[in-house]
Design a protein around this ligand. Structure first.
Ligand code: F6P
Length: 422
């Protein structure tokens, strides 16, 4: 095992998950165990680092109980950002500044926990390091509830979000049968361009539950008229109809269905529009045209912060990818992302490996068309067989006074001028 004399810095970026802090714990613990001098955390990712905002994690994560609490805490302990680095040839100054800060902090290893946009940061920083003879190693740690990173079998964060979606879908289906009255419920699930999360609603179909009636993924063009026809037919036959729809479904003209609402219009640094309102739009339309009681349930941030129902498989793998990133970097690797390779479904066996980040950054893995049925309104058995192992087993929160206890860093509530916003 290589002993290191250098310092480590780790950041979290993009949308959070229920287990992203488990990856942070994996990086921290492994780096400490392997002799890292200091393990620093950048506050709000690369954006915060540019403002020299960071924390010495050893001063805050003191013992094994803190590690266990960190693993079980949702959101991003260090704070996150959606910040796109410019192309190197367009703005060398920003890179010079980042490397100046990293050199000042005597950083030898840089880890970034994130999705495809965050891997763009690892790609650009490792390229700049190579071009300029820097010895700093850059390794990506995969994370996203969307499960849309290429090269890896799945991403940490997906399994727990899928477990939550499957569980809540079951509970909502049960609830829909309570009154002697017909009703339609539309569930809106995250996952901008990929339907992995929406497809997970099918996990509710099991021995004691018939599952949702239809599932619409962004991979298939959404036909509003056909959708309304199918709803009307189901409504004639059933007391309660439950349908899962992705926030990212688009009509044939390429517009998101949610753009038909007069809702929120926010666009982030990556040009991603905030998607919200699809379920509300469809539920209101059904209410008006079919004339029955409807409900719109937007899972929203609940699906990515439900740490009280994490998948044990997921939280364990999230920790493992953090540890593997440190091991690989200490062994000299750079410009790569840790991936998960599935060896078998039953028993479920998955191992870590490494992959060139240049082939991952900015790419998106969609649900294969053959995992969606011909009529485009449900996922197939192959999808369910893929997702099921990822939601297995539980890790109960550490409870205090009846509620899950979290580990949090108070300074992420301050702005860059140190002003307390709470
Ligand atoms: O990180 C992925 C994701 O959770 C998407 O599924 C969703 O569209 C997006 O983040 C929401 O991001 P934000 O919290 O920045 O609005």
């Amino acid at each position: 095992m290589k002993e290191t004399k250098g310092n480590v810095i780790v950041g979290q970026s993009g949308g959070p998950t229920a287990v992203i802090n488990s990856s942070l714990a994996g990086v921290y613990k492994t780096a400490k165990d392997r002799g890292a001098k200091k393990v620093l955390g950048m506050l709000h990712g690369i954006q915060g680092l540019l403002e020299e905002r960071y924390v010495d994690l050893s001063e805050h994560i003191k013992d094994n109980l803190d590690i266990e609490l960190l693993k079980r805490t949702p959101s991003a302990y260090l704070g996150s950002c959606r910040f796109k680095l410019p192309e190197i040839h367009d703005n060398r100054e920003i890179y010079d500044k980042i490397f100046e800060i990293l050199n000042k902090l005597e950083i030898e290893y840089f880890f970034y926990i994130g999705g495809n946009d965050s891997m763009d940061t690892i790609k650009k920083l490792s390229d700049y390091a190579l071009l300029n003879g820097s010895y700093i190693r850059f390794i990506g740690v995969p994370k996203t509830i969307d499960n849309d990173l290429v090269a890896t079998d799945h991403t940490p964060g997906y399994g727990s979000a899928a477990k939550y979606i499957g569980s809540i879908t079951k509970e909502v289906i049960r609830d829909g049968l309570v009154y002697d009255q017909q009703n339609v419920t539309i569930l809106e699930v995250m996952g901008r361009n990929a339907g992995w999360l929406t497809g997970a609603s099918a996990l509710a179909r099991c021995e004691d539950c018939e599952g949702p009636d239809m599932i619409f993924l962004p991979e298939v063009t959404f036909d509003v008229d056909l959708f309304m026809k199918k709803i009307a037919e189901l409504h004639k036959k059933k007391k309660s109809v439950v349908v899962a729809v992705s926030e990212g479904v688009k009509t044939a003209d390429g517009r998101y269905v949610c753009e038909q609402t007069d809702g929120i219009e926010f666009v982030d640094a990556f040009g991603h529009r905030q998607l919200t309102g699809t379920a509300r739009y469809l539920a209101e339309k059904i209410n008006k045209e079919v004339g029955c009681k409807t409900r719109a349930i937007e899972f929203n941030s609940l699906q990515r912060c439900a740490s009280h129902i994490v998948s044990r498989v997921d939280i364990t793998e999230a920790y493992q990818v953090g540890g593997a990133a440190v091991k690989e970097a200490f062994d000299g690797e750079t410009g790569k992302m840790v991936i998960l390779k599935r060896i078998s479904d039953d028993p479920y066996i998955c191992v870590t490996d490494l992959y060139d980040v240049h082939k991952i950054a900015n790419a998106e893995k969609k649900v294969p068309r053959e995992w969606i049925n011909k009529t485009g309104d449900y996922v197939t058995e192959a999808f369910i067989n893929y997702a099921k192992p990822l939601i297995q087993a539980e890790l109960t929160p550490i409870m205090t006074e009846g509620l899950p206890r979290h580990l949090y860093y108070t300074d992420i509530t301050k702005n860059k001028d140190g002003q307390q916003l709470l």
